[in-house]
Ligand binder design. Structure first.
Ligand code: 3PG
Ligand code: MG
Length: 391
């Protein structure tokens, strides 16, 4: 159950709201290449403005190393956000300090300010108390709407929340309501689909879902490690040899709940122009590698999704950025959209596959989180959420 206060539970009128958003978006040639995360934060920003608060936004972008780096500046995001809101968004070329304090002090109700990348400050990822205190000086309340970063205990996501009245924004609330439902009161049949490169990132998620879901459909590179654990020959495929024992143990624990590919699309190089063909798993020749699930697997997974009352999907079925190896992921996207049950999709790649197929509107909830979604599905508490005030 979502038990945190939101912006609705406090009087925001006349407040200077310091709002942590997740504007960690891809940039291309100095422009925002995908604004999904920016659009997702608009309801909170618009609510605060409409209800008489001024808004100071902060976010990280990318993983800059060793101080300010123009390639990771949030300035292009300020321009993009101004376009979406149809009103000015002023930018401060610092996260904290005298200039930021001056500009914050000059704000009138309805004004919007975006601070520079929080990760330009060394103290951000260390959750440095001094940095959190400096940031807290800019606002009179703190709103966390950065669901995608809520698994990070950083100064702008966690430390600062102990220094101001701290509540959730609408995106944070929505994400936690949908993912909370998956964890606490799943409808059955509940089918989980996991893909992506590695098992090692998802061992906790598989364990958690084995206790909740009726069926786990596995694809992507992580399927290879399960197949290798059963003794399949996988050629040059990505296999995590250090977790084969763990994979074997999970399969035993699963008692048939885990479904693995029975056929695959293999390629003679990791390239979109590689020669490729379909084989039954277990027979990948030397020099070849698995890059997608095969058509028989796709049919079986489609059948498993039919009639599901709840579906959670995280991670692509293959290397879908290469067109010859995108069919599996596309077919699963379609099957999820058509299953008729509640559908929750998390992780940047799965969300991109859904968007590319034009299916976003057919999914109950497309999460803006990657790592944060996985940690929630694992049953972990997110530090950025824990630090907010209880209702
Ligand atoms: C993400 O994109 O996963 C979030 O913005 C968090 O970014 P991080 O993995 O660099 O902490
Ligand atoms: Mg990440």
């Amino acid at each position: 159950m979502f038990s945190k206060k939101t912006v609705r539970d406090i009087d925001v009128r006349g407040q200077r709201a310091l709002v942590r958003v997740d504007f960690n978006v891809p940039l291309k040639d100095g422009r925002v290449a995908d604004d999904t995360r920016i659009r997702a934060a608009l309801p909170t920003i618009e609510y605060l403005v409409a209800n008489g608060a001024s808004v100071i936004l902060c976010s990280h972008l990318g993983r800059p190393k060793g101080g300010p780096d123009p390639a990771f500046s949030l300035r292009p995001v300020a321009d993009h956000l101004a376009g979406l809101l149809g009103k000015p968004v002023r930018f401060v070329a610092a996260m904290v300090g005298p200039e930021a304090e001056k500009r914050a002090g000059e704000m009138s109700y309805g004004d919007i300010l975006l601070l520079e990348n929080t990760r330009f400050e060394a103290g951000e990822t260390k959750n440095d108390p001094d940095l959190a205190a400096q940031l807290a000086r800019l606002g009179t309340i703190y709103v966390n709407d950065a669901f995608g970063s809520a698994h990070r205990a950083h100064a702008s996501t966690e430390g600062v929340a102990h220094r101001l009245p701290a509540v959730a924004g609408f995106l944070m609330e929505k994400e936690l309501v949908y993912l909370g439902r998956v964890m606490e009161s799943p409808e059955h049949p509940f089918v989980a689909i996991l893909g992506g490169a590695k098992i090692s990132d998802k061992i906790g998620v598989v364990q958690s879902l084995l206790g909740r879901a009726d069926t786990l459909l596995i694809g992507g590179g992580m399927a290879n490690t399960f197949l290798a654990a059963q003794g399949a020959a996988l050629g040059e495929s990505l296999v995590e040899t250090d977790v084969l024992e763990t994979a074997r143990a999970l399969l035993q624990q699963a008692g048939g709940k885990i479904h693995l590919p029975t056929d695959a699309v293999i390629a003679d190089a990791f390239s979109e122009t590689a020669a490729h063909r379909i084989i039954l798993v277990g027979n990948v020749p030397a020099g070849w590698r698995v890059l997608d699930i095969g058509p028989a697997t796709t049919d079986a997974y489609r059948a498993a999704l039919k009639g599901a009352r709840l579906v959670v999907w995280n991670g692509p079925m293959g290397v879908f950025e290469f067109p010859p190896f995108a069919a599996g992921t596309r077919a699963i996207a379609q099957a999820v959209a058509e299953c008729g049950g509640t559908t929750v999709v998390g992780g940047g790649d799965s969300a991109a596959a859904i968007a590319e197929a034009g299916l976003t509107a057919k999914i109950t909830h497309v999460s803006t989180g990657g790592g944060a979604t996985l940690e929630l599905l694992e049953g972990k508490t997110l530090p950025g959420v824990a630090a907010l005030q209880d209702r």
